[in-house]
Design a protein around this ligand. Sequence first.
Ligand code: HEC
Ligand code: HEC
Length: 409
Amino acid sequence: MKGTKLEYRDCGWVWAFVCFFACVYSFPGLASDEGHESSVIQLNSDCPPGFEQVTGRCYLRNLYQLYDSLQNAGVGGLKTGLPVIRDGFTPQQIDLGRYLFFDPLLSSDGTLSCGSCHHPDLGFADGRSRSIGVTGEPVKRSAPSLWNVGFLDRLFWDARATTLEEQVQGPLYAVDEMGNSEKQLLASLNASPVYRRLFQDAFQSSRIIAAEVYTAIAAFEASLISLNSRYDQYAHGYHAALTNEEIEGLNIFRSFVARCAECHTPPLFTNQEIAIIGSPEPEGLPFDAGEGELTDEPTQRGGFKIPSLRNIAATAPYMHSGNFADLRDTVSFYTKGRGHAVPENEQLSIHWHIWEPDLADHELDLLVTFLHTLTDESMQPQIPKRVPSGLMPVGEIPGVPVEDLAPGD
Ligand code: HEC
Ligand code: HEC
């Protein structure tokens, strides 16, 4: 008579833990506009869900932090520790970062915010194969999701930045993205009495400097945690969280036949290495050498950072080029033969874990079924109803009807 009830009770201690962390650390801090309905924008003094406030700073609390490091658990192990996260920011810095992130004031012409290309309703990506910047032209690559980005020590598809503060200067000042300059950015922020007051609250400074802008945005980004998917509940010991098919998919994912977990290693579903897998560009677009472009080193041509697969079901299209429209096409890429999509004039040092697993159609389906269990958007922050500049929060999302993505929906 082993029903769901018994199984549930069997792992009651796990739930006690989950509830302890979820309840103690969630409720005070939900990033909301509570109190912001009044005319004055005030920064939240509570930490976001999942973070504990210790002497005025926010620290992540998560079950995975109780587990051993990757080294002790083996690739594909369920109870595997997390890498170090960038935490320790104050609630005010995190909330200020939220306003900056969604304020189109940060772009040269006031049309785009970070949220235009990293929209919470689109898995913090933008649903496009290549993002569109202030010039109206597509940029070179697809916008990655920002979920769990606080754990990453390599950023951008070609891993050219190592910190969030360094990374943020890319989109801000690239002519084809937000097209701003540091001088204009600081002038427009310092011209806003609201921003001056908010920076004073977050940094106790009387004049806004660039480093504070970068810190606040990094603080907000590092608060985007997605670690409570059905997969996670299963990993923590609640067996009934996944169906038999999903478990079969997980087992294929971490098998030495498919080898997905060698690179997309749990719990982040990336080991943060760079790998050359030889994924194709869309028809008519030139070969993107990825990391090889930065170094001129032939053996690094075609190298891209292994992306996390968290919330992957929300971030189509896929790969640096956005070449694959859905997960089924993406997963099929891995079974079509090593180097099958590499242009004839390129000699790529394809990674040794990319081989010919010869997966059957139903196994590819099961992989996709499993990838859907990695969805958890429960800690999605609220888009501010108003931003300090008075511009429309989020700004434009090229190609997406505004009414579909109205703030606060
Ligand atoms: C025009 C669209 C666009 C805007 C606006 C934009 N981004 Fe991005 N973002 C991208 C694209 C495209 C990439 C990938 C570029 C690459 O790897 O070469 C990216 C990459 C990133 C990454 C790296 C993620 C990873 O996993 O490596 C972070 C972090 C990020 N953006 C944050 C921001 C922030 C913060 C802002 C606002 C200051 C912003 N972005 C504005 C399109 C945009
Ligand atoms: C050798 C390391 C490696 C292995 C093994 C591997 N991947 Fe990947 N994966 C990558 C890299 C690198 C990228 C990004 C490549 C690019 O953008 O061109 C990627 C991209 C993806 C993406 C798209 C992510 C996004 O955000 O667009 C999915 C989905 C994916 N892999 C699933 C899988 C599955 C399923 C398997 C097993 C069948 C697998 N991967 C095996 C390295 C690997």
